[in-house]
Write a protein that binds this ligand. Structure first.
Ligand SMILES: Cc1ncc(C[n+]2csc(CCOP(=O)(O)OP(=O)(O)O)c2C)c(N)n1
Ligand code: SF4
Ligand SMILES: [Mg+2]
Length: 288
C-alpha cells in the first residue's frame, strides 16, 4: 500500500501555536512522501524531542519518538537493522546541533543513508525559549539575558555537515513549501546521509528571526550560478550571512552509503539474517 496524503494525515490536529513554521514543514514532508510513492511498510520516521518532534502525533506512519538528542542514533540503528527501509529524522536544532551533535557528525562521516530534517527555529522552544546552538549572537533569551544576550557564536549547520563530508547538504525555509517539498524528495532519494536544515520561524519564542526577517534575507540558490557538485563553493555559500541562500548546496553524485560498503549486507538485511539464525524460543531459553 503506497502512502498517500489522506493515509498519512493523522486524525489528531497539530497543537503548535498559530503561525508556527512547523505546519508548513509537516505539510511539505507529507507531500514529499506521497510524491515518492513509498509503501507504508517501507518508511520509518524517527522524531526528536521538542515542538518539532511532536510531529510524531500528526503522521500516520511507522515512527519512533526518540530521547532528546538521540534521534539520529536511533535512525542509524534502524537503517542498519533493515537497510531496505527509508529512514527520515525529524528533529529540532537543539536536538541535532546541541545534545545530538556528536551523532550528527558521526552519521555524516559514516554516510549513513538517512534523511535528517532539522526544524531550525534557533531556540529550545518546547522548554519555552532558551538559547540553542544556532541562536544568533546577542539574542536575549531566558538563559541569556540582556545586556549581552547570547555571547557565543552560533554553529553553522551546513558548514559542519560539509566539513564532515556529508553527501547531501541543503537548506529549506518554512516560507517556501514548494522548494522544501522538492528538497525533501531529493534528500530521501540520495543514497547516503542527507541534511535539510530548515529555517522555521517560532513566533512565540523567537521574536528576532521572524517570517518578515527571513523574507528580507533568503534567496534561491538556483537563481545564481552555483554548482551543487562543487563542495568548496558550497562551503563559501554556507558562510554567507547578510543574505541567506536556500536550496541544494552540495550533492556528491558518487555517494556510497555505509551499508552499501558492508559485504555482509549484500544479500540480506541484518534483520533477515537474525531471524534465520535465532528463533525467539531458543533465545528465551538461552536467557532463562
Ligand atoms: C536529555 C534531555 N535534555 C533536556 C531535555 C529537555 N528538553 C525537552 S525539549 C527541549 C528543547 C528542544 O529544542 P529543539 O530540539 O530545538 O526542539 P524545538 O522544541 O525547538 O522544536 C529540551 C531541552 C530532555 N527532554 N532530555
Ligand atoms: S513554541 Fe514556537 S516552535 Fe513551539 S509550537 Fe509554538 S511557535 Fe512552534
Ligand atoms: Mg529548536
Amino acid at each position: 500500500m503506497k502512502l498517500t496524503i489522506p493515509k498519512i494525515c493523522q486524525a489528531l490536529s497539530p497543537t503548535w501555536c498559530p503561525g508556527c513554521g512547523n505546519f508548513a514543514i509537516l505539510k511539505s514532508l507529507q507531500q514529499a512522501v506521497a510524491q515518492l510513492k513509498i509503501a507504508y511498510e517501507d518508511l520509518v520516521i524517527v522524531y526528536g524531542v521538542g515542538c518539532s518532534g511532536n510531529m510524531a502525533d500528526f503522521n500516520r506512519v511507522y515512527g519512533f519518538h526518540a530521547l532528546h538528542g538521540r534521534a539520529i542514533a536511533n535512525a542509524v540503528g534502524i537503517k542498519l537493522a533493515n537497510h531496505r527501509l527509508k529512514v527520515i529524522v525529524v528533529a529540532g536544532d537543539g536536538d541535532t546541533y546541541g545534545e545530538g551533535l556528536n551523532h550528527f557528525l558521526s552519521a555524516a562521516r559514516g554516510n549513513h543513508d538517512i534523511t535528517v530534517l532539522v526544524h531550525n527555529n534557533q531556540m529550545y522552544s518546547l522548554t519555552t525559549g532558551q538559547s540553542s546552538p544556532t541562536t544568533d549572537k546577542g539574542t536575549a533569551t531566558k538563559t541569556t539575558p540582556p545586556p549581552t544576550g547570547v555571547i557565543e557564536q552560533p554553529v553553522n549547520p551546513l558548514s559542519l555537515a560539509l566539513a564532515a563530508n556529508a553527501g547531501f547538504v541543503a537548506r529549506g525555509y518554512a516560507g517556501n513549501a514548494r522548494q522544501l517539498i522538492d528538497l525533501v524528495v531529493q534528500a530521501v532519494k540520495h543514497p547516503g546521509f542527507a541534511l535539510v536544515d530548515i529555517f522555521q520561524p517560532c513566533p512565540t519564542f523567537n521574536k528576532r528571526n521572524t517570517y518578515q526577517w527571513f523574507q528580507q534575507r533568503v534567496y534561491d540558490l538556483t537563481t545564481q550560478k552555483h554548482d551543487p557538485q562543487d563542495q568548496k563553493a558550497a562551503l563559501v555559500k554556507a558562510q554567507e550571512q547578510e543574505k541567506l541562500p536556500i536550496g541544494l548546496f552540495y550533492q556528491n553524485e558518487k555517494s556510497q552509503a555505509y551499508h552499501q560498503q558492508l559485504p555482509q549486507l549484500k544479500q540480506k538485511t541484518l534483520k533477515q539474517q537474525w531471524q534465520a539464525r535465532r528463533q525467539l524460543k531458543s533465545l528465551l531459553k538461552e536467557l532463562k
